[in-house]
Design a protein around this ligand. Structure first.
Ligand code: GLA
Length: 390
């Protein structure tokens, strides 16, 4: 990947400004989720792809037991701390993602040597493209290679996920970590977050492309709003379990059962559960459509998911809605929806390659007319998971 090679070279240059060691360089992608929004922590299925943008990590062992951590995104800030002092709660700043991954990796694989690390991402932060999981997964992957740890993707998913939930303190599910660590080129991952089963569905990258468009707006308290949705789902589950004792997560709730029980729930919780019930059904339809090569059918599930995220789960914003509407108005756009947690950030669309030009000019133009904000379209094809760059 050309882009990654340029990022790697830049990362190496930055690394050398603060360390005389010879580093190894690793890359982990970001992700966009095309199906199964807010399903991971409800035990449902998700359908992400990895992006060709992500995080480069230059890393080299030191002769002492210190961690020196720097990042291109936080110039001038340098963390220097004994490895033994890494523990949850130590920091809430940018370094928590890397520190959390190092901490969790050392708990699984033993004490880490001192390390000089430089982190450099070409993914925008806080835009729903998993910039944080990209750092965590890249770091766990890099450590597994340095230590020659006997491990597999499933263990690395767990470790990177613990970094986010225990060290950073966001109560996310495992969508992002699974998306990144299990990704395969030119396919959409169908991952069952309860049973942990996976299937790689074909994505016809010669005929269709993935567009990511940034609204440029982020709700300030996006992390706490996200945690609030998780808490609402937990509360709804425990209310439903009073009548449906066999249900272990919201994914288990069938549409009929929901209809019978909905009046027992406060209206906002009923809306959340209705989204989960519908979204679980949609992932089944979407997967079937992809297996059959039916892109129109797949795209429809994306667009109806967006309506559900807007009206029932209430995580969209006016800007995201405008971008989704604009995308859907283009001939050759199969479907569009917000990606990531919502509350701002990006939308993702699946577009016929012949319509890329029109999409490129029209969507930003409509968006600017309606919001006064400028944006541009970024194009992707599904990429592979983490790798070492040699
Ligand atoms: C964020 C979280 C994920 C997932 C999505 C919503 O990206 O990190 O775990 O819950 O939101 O689908």
């Amino acid at each position: 990947m050309e882009v990654t090679a340029a990022l790697a070279e830049q990362t190496l240059d930055f690394f050398r400004e603060g360390s005389s060691k010879a580093p190894r360089i690793f890359f982990a992608p970001g992700r966009a989720n095309l199906g199964g929004a807010h399903m991971d922590y409800n035990g449902g299925k998700v359908m992400p792809v990895a992006l060709s943008k992500g995080t480069c990590i230059a890393i080299a062992p030191r002769d002492d037991h210190f961690l020196q951590l720097r990042s291109a995104q936080f110039p001038g800030e340098k963390i220097e701390v004994p490895m033994s002092e890494l523990k949850p709660g130590r920091t809430k700043t940018w370094s928590a993602y890397s520190e959390g991954a190092l901490y969790c990796a050392s708990q699984a694989w033993g004490e880490l040597p001192g390390l000089d690390i430089f982190v450099n991402a070409d993914l925008p932060m806080g835009r729903g493209l998993s910039s944080s999981a990209s750092v965590e997964c890249g770091m766990v992957f890099a450590i597994s290679k340095l230590l020659e740890a006997k491990t597999d993707a499933d263990e690395m998913i767990r470790l990177a996920h613990r970094a986010e939930s225990e060290y950073v303190g966001v109560r996310c599910g495992i969508l992002d970590q699974a998306a990144i660590l299990l990704a395969e080129k030119d396919s959409i991952l169908l991952f069952d977050c309860l049973e942990l089963t996976r299937e790689h569905l074909p994505f016809p990258a010669d005929r269709v492309a993935i567009a990511v468009v940034d609204s440029g707006v982020q709700r300030e308290l996006a992390n706490s709003a996200f945690n609030e949705r998780v808490a609402e789902c937990t509360r709804a589950l425990s209310l439903l379990q009073e009548q449906l004792p066999g249900v272990t997560c919201l994914r288990d709730v069938k549409r009929k059962e929901f209809e019978l029980q909905r009046d027992r729930l406060p209206p906002n919780l009923a809306r959340r559960v209705k989204h989960v019930v519908g979204e679980y059904e949609r992932t089944q339809v979407a997967a079937q459509a992809l297996r059959a090569g039916n892109l129109a059918g797949f795209g429809e599930t994306m667009s109806s998911a967006h309506e559900s995220l807007r009206d029932l789960f209430e995580v969209s914003t006016p800007e995201l809605d405008i971008l989704v509407d604009a995308s859907q108005s283009i001939d050759g756009c199969f479907g569009a929806r917000l990606t990531g947690a919502g509350f701002g950030g990006c939308i993702v669309a699946v577009v016929d390659t012949n319509s890329k030009g029109v999409f490129n000019s029209q969507v930003p133009e409509i968006y600017e007319k309606k919001t006064g904000r400028k944006t541009e379209v970024q194009w992707f094809r599904p990429s592979q998971g983490p790798m070492e760059i040699t």
